[in-house]
Ligand binder design. Structure first.
Ligand SMILES: *[C@@H]1O[C@H](CO)[C@@H](O)[C@H](O)[C@H]1NC(C)=O
Ligand SMILES: *[C@@H]1O[C@H](CO)[C@@H](O)[C@H](O)[C@H]1NC(C)=O
Length: 334
């Protein structure tokens, strides 16, 4: 199952990369023609974005009152969405030719050991209601075939990913239940350690956080194995490098980084070190390059050229089969 899902993400990404890097040719001699070509490719193969925090926006701004959310309007022209850069909407998803979207079921670290499981389920309910509200545009899918068939019918395949392993409250029963609800990836941590996995801030001792499990604990390895057994992708964005290495050595299925860049170009603990990129190649996994300014440039601004540089670096080290895109729209200031 993971292998199939991965294949779809890869095929779509390669098509776009290929279009972006084609040498000058009679058909692609202007930007306009390249754009037309890219749009044609996006119609042919579904490009799946790895991470979007729109569900968090609806919680923060509207307390999950979906009836007040004008998803079918251009939110760049509507406050408070515009000035807070929380402006993912149907208009832009369509204009950008997005074929599939992993919607993030995010729960903040302060909910750990409290109501994290409830918050995750509320966000799953929210995405389900969003899909129900726009049946001509969105389709909830849980398989690779589902992505292909939603795309063929002109709908954006909508997938669920849990951001933060604290969302299972150290319970394999909760993990299995989330799978049944439709969740197809889980990011092992957010910005806090779980009792069984260390996060990237611990690596930098940011906020005085330190490595507590040395990567994955024994139970953390069991979580990864259970995710493999279920067919839920293991997402290694946000985890500390020792956790990346532990997960890659234990996982029997390809892993993803749903929104991360290359550490060699920007030495940030949210990015992927070169030795891990090589392991991702062996594992058959995918690094979905994100548009978070600080991870791209390690500075206050970034351009599309930074995105291209990270893609090219990952291609050089891991290979073209291991690159995706995970914009982190609505999750980061732009
Ligand atoms: C959305 O609105 C913004 C600001 O008014 C505009 O620049 C942009 O082109 C619009 N996008 C689409 C896809 O219509
Ligand atoms: C990257 O940053 C970490 C600390 O944040 C430091 O220990 C390490 O030496 C840096 N690596 C390079 C190659 O600069």
């Amino acid at each position: 199952m993971e292998a199939e899902l991965l294949m779809i993400l890869l095929v779509a990404c390669q098509a776009v990369l290929w279009a972006a890097t084609l040498p000058q040719s009679p058909n692609l001699d202007t930007m306009d023609r390249r754009l037309q070509h890219a749009r044609a490719l996006l119609r042919e193969s579904p490009l799946v974005d790895g991470h979007n925090d729109l569900p968090l926006t609806v919680r923060e701004l509207l307390g999950n009152r979906l009836q007040d959310f004008p998803f079918d309007r251009n939110l760049s022209a509507i406050e408070p969405y515009a000035s807070e850069a929380k402006d993912t909407d149907l208009v832009k998803l369509r204009a950008g030719g997005v074929g599939g979207q992993f919607w993030s079921l995010f729960t903040p670290c302060r909910s750990q050991f409290k109501n994290a499981v409830t918050l995750v389920l509320e966000q799953a309910d929210l995405v389900t209601r969003l899909v129900d509200r726009y049946p001509d545009d969105l389709q909830l899918v849980t398989t690779a075939d589902g992505i292909v068939s939603a795309h063929a019918q002109g709908r954006i395949a909508s997938l669920l990913g849990v951001e933060g392993g604290h969302g299972i409250d150290s319970s394999l029963a909760v993990l299995r239940t989330l799978y049944r609800v439709g969740v197809r990836y889980m990011t092992l941590t957010h910005s806090c350690n779980t009792p069984w996995a260390d996060n990237s801030n611990a690596e930098e001792q940011e906020g005085k956080q330190v490595l507590e499990s040395g990567g994955l604990s024994h139970f953390g390895e069991t979580v990864v194995k259970e995710m493999n057994r279920l067919g839920m992708l293991v997402d290694l964005s946000h985890v500390a490098a020792p956790t990346m290495r532990d997960a890659l050595s234990i996982s029997r299925a390809p892993v993803i980084f749903s929104h991360s860049c290359a550490r060699a170009l920007c030495n940030h603990s949210r990015n992927v070190p070169d030795d891990v990129l090589l392991k991702v190649q062996e594992n058959g996994g995918l690094v979905m390059v994100t548009f978070v300014v600080h991870f791209l440039s390690c500075g206050p601004t970034a351009t599309i050229q930074h995105v291209v540089d990270h893609i090219n670096h990952i291609r050089d080290v891991a290979g073209v089969d291991h690159i995706g895109l995970g914009g982190d729209f609505n999750g980061t200031p732009v």
